[in-house]
Design a protein around this ligand. Structure first.
Ligand SMILES: Cc1cc2nc3c(=O)[nH]c(=O)nc-3n(C[C@H](O)[C@H](O)[C@H](O)COP(=O)(O)OP(=O)(O)OC[C@H]3O[C@@H](n4cnc5c(N)ncnc54)[C@H](O)[C@@H]3O)c2cc1C
Length: 421
């Protein structure tokens, strides 16, 4: 009997979870397809963008992760469609890939909601290129202002962060520390005190998924770090000069980070599947795609319901647990047993605001802030990183940054587009 062929699209948190749970299982062949050749640890992307870590600290080669399972292979390629009749996946630049079971775990991308100028003038923070591009752009603004101080009046040192969720809060905190601690020493001739970090959030509060005391703590911490908060305000337009708010004010800024929303990768539509408004693939309580046999969608790509039918948030643990669940379904494929619904276990959420400042919200009403939450955040992220080398490198970088108040990764690298991207 030939092995059961499982194809997994995406080597993110969800895809790797499926592959690992099927690793070394008899009679199963797994092929993981990803357009990148690495797994990206997105929760630490903002530290690459703000020169705290190097790209290789948070990206791990997919082949290196998967090679310990003899029945799991990897292929680098972009999935563009499917032939449902012959059950073959279409991949750009390579032959179609046949499958018996298919798991879609392609993740999400930045959503600009059609706000004018965002595509052209703002940076998202989803891919490694985004973080390296943003870091280089920011450093270049400071270099240019150093060469021509009249640029300061035009907002060359200012940054606007749009979106008051965890990513926006983390970035705003990290920018102020970078400016006032590191750039103040790097650029002694520049008036760093005039470098503004403005955080724009449409709601009246930051970190809306957190309980009120933690939201207030985050707000207080950012305020003390010198972040200007524009709450209850939305962005009308972004252009080369800055950000125009909905009340007509222009915030002059050359660097704009768009952390106001994500949407699923367009894979669902490319495969002709039913999707929600945010492009997420509609799945049942068993994470299966309706009307397609042995096809599942997990993680950020899927609109996974909890037991009450509420759609689960786009978070790493949802993808990881979804992956483990689907692997179990694949292993139980011939038993004929009725699947129990997917049950997500929420072990809590955290967000960091900067040096010795973070908020943590755990089950059973446990919450904490400040140094303790910050240490918990550091520890948890270190544990979750893949690979001993990455953990060691991140730990060393963090220790170095903490003790010396420095950031080693403030390097300008021009990210050029490949002709066929
Ligand atoms: C800046 C940032 C900070 C975050 N912080 C946290 C946090 O602190 N805690 C938390 O729980 N979550 C956090 N998240 C969310 C978390 O990273 C996601 O929920 C998680 O990555 C989802 O896993 P996934 O497997 O669904 O998708 P991903 O991890 O995004 O992986 C999807 C993979 O699919 C590949 N892919 C996409 N389309 C195709 C295609 N057509 N063909 C081939 N390959 C394709 C991509 O290259 C990618 O490798 C953060 C996200 C960001 C962007």
């Amino acid at each position: 009997v030939s092995a059961h062929r499982v194809v997994v699209v995406g080597a993110g948190f969800g895809g790797l979870s499926v592959a690992r749970h099927l690793g070394n299982q008899p009679d199963i062949d797994v092929l993981v397809v990803d357009r990148a050749n690495y797994h990206l640890f997105q929760p630490l992307l903002y530290q690459v963008a703000t020169a705290g870590l190097e790209p290789a600290d948070i990206a791990h080669p997919a082949r290196g992760i998967l090679r310990r399972h003899r029945n799991v292979r990897f292929r680098s390629g972009e999935v563009t469609g499917v032939d449902w009749d012959t059950r073959r996946l279409l991949v750009k630049g390579s032959a179609p890939i046949p499958f018996d079971s298919l798991v879609l775990a392609a993740g999400a991308r930045t959503a600009t909601f059609g706000v004018p100028g965002v595509d052209e003038h703002a940076f998202g923070l989803k891919r490694l290129q985004d973080a390296v591009g943003l870091r280089s752009h920011l450093l270049r603004q400071f270099e240019q202002a150093d060469a021509d101080p009249t640029q300061v009046d035009l907002g060359a040192l200012n940054v606007v962060v749009v979106g008051g969720g965890p990513t926006g809060v983390e970035m705003a905190g990290a920018f102020t520390e970078l400016f006032h601690v590191v750039f103040a020493r790097d650029f002694p001739r520049l008036p760093i005190h005039r470098a503004r970090v403005v955080l724009v959030e449409m709601a009246d509060e930051l970190l809306t998924p957190f309980v009120r005391p933690l939201r207030n703590a985050a707000r207080r911490d950012l305020y003390h770090k010198g972040v200007e908060l524009e709450l209850g305000r939305s962005v009308a337009e972004v252009d080369a000069k800055g950000v125009r708010l909905d009340d007509g004010r222009l915030i002059p800024a050359r660097t704009v980070l768009w952390a106001a929303g994500v949407q699923a990768e367009p894979l669902g539509a490319a495969l002709g599947l039913a999707t929600t408004r945010g492009g997420r693939v509609v799945v049942g309580h068993d994470l299966a795609v309706p009307d397609h046999e042995r096809v599942w969608a997990i993680g950020d790509l899927a609109a996974s319901p909890d037991e009450e039918g509420e759609i689960l948030p786009q978070l790493a643990p949802v993808a990881i647990q979804g992956g483990a669940y689907v692997a179990e379904r694949i292993l139980a494929r011939d038993t004929g047993e009725q699947p129990r619904p997917f049950h997500y276990v929420d072990r809590g959420t955290m967000a960091t605001i900067g040096r010795r400042a973070a908020v943590a919200q755990l089950p059973w009403g446990i919450r904490f802030t400040g140094t303790l939450a910050w240490l918990a955040w550091l520890g948890l992220h270190l544990i979750q990183l893949i690979g001993f080398r990455n953990r060691l490198s991140v730990l060393l970088n963090w220790a170095w940054n903490y003790v010396t108040w420095d950031r080693a990764a403030r390097i300008i690298v021009d990210v050029e587009r490949h002709p066929d991207e």
